[in-house]
Write a protein that binds this ligand. Structure first.
Ligand SMILES: C[S@@+](CC[C@H](N)C(=O)[O-])C[C@H]1O[C@@H](n2cnc3c(N)ncnc32)[C@H](O)[C@@H]1O
Length: 289
C-alpha cells in the first residue's frame, strides 16, 4: 500500500470540461473528468462496459459515453427522483421533457404549485426533479432542502435556470441513448455480481459519510452505505476501479486494510474553496503528475 499526495501545479478548471449533465449535482465530479480520461486511456484494454454504481448527476458516465471511452456505459442510482430523470432522458419521453423545460414559467407560484402536485407519470416526476434541482440551494434534492432566495446577482429563483442549455443537454444524451443503460438499484448489490469480470471498468463515488464529518448525509436521501463492505467488494473485483472519497483517517485505514493505493488530489468545491479529496484504487501509477 502506498499513500502519496499530488501537488498539482494547476487545479482543473471545470470551465474547460464539457458540461453534459442536466443536473447541478452536490458532490458532482466534473473536476475529475481529466483524470478519468487519463485512467481509462492507461488501461491495457478498452473496457467493454463502464459502470458507475453511484451515478448521481452522471457527469463521469456521460463523458465516457460521449467520448467513446468504453463500448457501453451503465449508470446505477438508488434515488427515485434522480432515477426518473435518467429513465426519461433515455426514453422517447426525452423530447417531451426538453420541451416542457423550455416552456416552463419559473415563478415562485408556478414552482410551488408544480412541485406540490403528485406526479402521476414518470415524465412528470422527471420534470419535477429537474426543476427542484435548479431551484433548491446547492441543487440538493434531499428532503427538507430549501429553495434559493436571492440567488446569483440577485436573480432569485431563476439564477440557475438555463432552459435552452438543459434542453440541448437532454437532446444530446437522448441521441446517444443506445450507448447507455440506467438501472434504479443499490449500486453495491450490482457490484457484488461483477466480481469475476475483468473486461469492465468501475468508477465508485459513494456519499461521503464515512468520516465523523459525514458531509454526504444532508446532501442525499440515500446516504447510508456499508463502507467496509464497499471497500471489500471493490478490492475483490477482478476489474480496474477508481474510487473517490473525502480525505479522512477512516478512509485511509480502510484502504490500508484492503491493500489499496491512495492519492490525495486537490480540487475546488462549488464555493471555489480549495479542498483535498482521495483517489483509491488497486494502483494509481497511471497518474502522470
Ligand atoms: C457523491 S454522489 C455521486 C455524484 C456523481 N458522481 C456526480 O458526479 O454527479 C453519490 C450518489 O449515490 C447515490 N446513492 C446512495 N446510496 C446508493 C446506493 N446504495 N446505490 C446507488 N446509489 C446510491 C446518492 O443518491 C447520490 O446520488
Amino acid at each position: 500500500m502506498q499513500q502519496s499526495f499530488l501537488n498539482l501545479p494547476n487545479i482543473v478548471n471545470i470551465a474547460s470540461v464539457p458540461h453534459r449533465s442536466p443536473f447541478r449535482y452536490p458532490g458532482g465530479k466534473t473536476w475529475l473528468v481529466p483524470r478519468i480520461r487519463e485512467w481509462l486511456m492507461s488501461l491495457p484494454q478498452r473496457p467493454k462496459e463502464f459502470i458507475e454504481p453511484f451515478a448521481g448527476g452522471g457527469i463521469i458516465a456521460l463523458t465516457v459515453a460521449f467520448e467513446n471511452l468504453a463500448d457501453h456505459v451503465t449508470m446505477i442510482e438508488l434515488d427515485n427522483q434522480v432515477a426518473a430523470v435518467w429513465k426519461v432522458i433515455l426514453s422517447d419521453d426525452a423530447l417531451w421533457l426538453a420541451d416542457q423545460i423550455e416552456s416552463f414559467n419559473l415563478s415562485y407560484e408556478e414552482v410551488y404549485h408544480f412541485l406540490n402536485q403528485p406526479a402521476k407519470e414518470l415524465k412528470t416526476q422527471a420534470l419535477q426533479t429537474i426543476i427542484k434541482n435548479r431551484v433548491n440551494r446547492g441543487g440538493i434534492l434531499a428532503n427538507g432542502a430549501g429553495m434559493i432566495k436571492k440567488g446569483e446577482n440577485g436573480k432569485g429563483l431563476s439564477s440557475r435556470w438555463y432552459p435552452q442549455t438543459l434542453k440541448k443537454r437532454i437532446i444530446d444524451i437522448y441521441a446517444i441513448r443506445n450507448k447507455i443503460t440506467f438501472i434504479e438499484a443499490d449500486g453495491l448489490k450490482i457490484l457484488e455480481k461483477q466480481l469475476d469480470r475483468n473486461d469492465i471498468a468501475v468508477f465508485i463515488d459513494p456519499p461521503y459519510t464515512i468520516s465523523s464529518k459525514k458531509a454526504g448525509s444532508r446532501l442525499y436521501n440515500h446516504s447510508t452505505i456499508d463502507h467496509e463492505k464497499l471497500f471489500k467488494v471493490a478490492s475483490s473485483m477482478a476489474c480496474q476501479f477508481l474510487m473517490t472519497y473525502d480525505l479522512a483517517e477512516e478512509v485511509l485505514s480502510l484502504a490500508k486494510l484492503n491493500n489499496l493505493d491512495t492519492k490525495c488530489i486537490a480540487m475546488k468545491n462549488t464555493h471555489h474553496a480549495k479542498m483535498n479529496e482521495l483517489l483509491v484504487s488497486k494502483a494509481l501509477n497511471w497518474i502522470q503528475s
